[in-house]
Design a protein around this ligand. Structure first.
Ligand code: ZN
Length: 231
């Protein structure tokens, strides 16, 4: 019996949810589940279709991306996940997708403007996009450099840190307090991305939502006197 059985099941469940939610086709996308006490995470194996994936196929790796347990090769994005787990406090899951609308904004190299309350409920600022990686980063330790670029972009933000980002020219990474929360954030991001695109199609001169509405929606869900949902 694997010492990491629960972690592998958590990772597998979240990966299957990604597929179920329409956020990944073919072998696209990957989700990981982190155990901070053990210093390891379980991640989707590289290039295995969701239809054939079993919990036992999840690969357990340490924070340097070295395989601790598993017969398959881990996702090629494993080192990006490792950088995020090492540096973002409190997170237990990371998800990466190539969902269409989020990717479209990443390819346009544009942050997603905050046009409405759906977005403000999640995060009170545009969803950031990283610049493109430098040639030396691309030719070096590409996946680790991707993680570092995400951290640099987050560090440069003026306000609170989001649980989602677009990697320029590539696609979204999201994270959260659990692997399933990371997947839910990927779904929210895809929806925000789609709505923002439609908004600009209807009105190319649409302006960002005014600050009072942004703060009302963000604070009622995330502020210290939040009253959204059930106690
Ligand atoms: Zn990717």
């Amino acid at each position: 019996m694997s010492a990491y059985k629960d972690l592998k099941i958590a990772a597998w469940n979240a990966n299957m949810q990604l597929k179920h939610d329409g956020l990944a086709i073919q072998t696209f996308g990957n989700v990981s589940a982190f155990d901070p006490a053990a210093g390891v995470f379980a991640i989707k194996p590289s290039g295995v279709p969701y239809s054939r994936m079993r919990p036992g196929d999840m690969v357990v790796v340490d924070l340097d991306g070295r395989v601790v347990e598993g017969a398959l090769r881990p996702s090629s994005d494993t080192k990006t996940h490792a950088v995020l787990f090492k540096n973002i406090p409190g997170i237990r899951g990371v998800a990466h997708t190539h969902s269409t609308h989020a990717v479209a904004w990443a390819q346009a190299q544009r942050a997603i403007p905050l046009f409405g309350t759906t977005h403000a409920d999640q995060f009170p600022a545009p969803v950031p996009v990283t610049p493109l990686l430098s040639d030396s980063a691309i030719q070096g330790d590409y996946e680790e450099e991707t993680g570092k670029l995400i951290l640099e972009t987050l560090a440069a933000l003026p306000g609170p840190s989001p649980e989602m980002i677009l990697v320029g020219g590539h696609g979204p990474f999201t994270w959260g307090s659990s692997p399933m929360q990371a997947v839910l954030n990927s779904g929210v991001l895809e929806e925000i991305a789609r709505m923002a695109l439609l908004t600009l199609q209807i009105n190319p001169d649409a302006v960002p939502l005014k600050a009072t509405l942004v703060q009302k929606h963000f604070q009622r869900k995330h502020g210290k006197n939040a009253y959204y949902g059930q106690e």
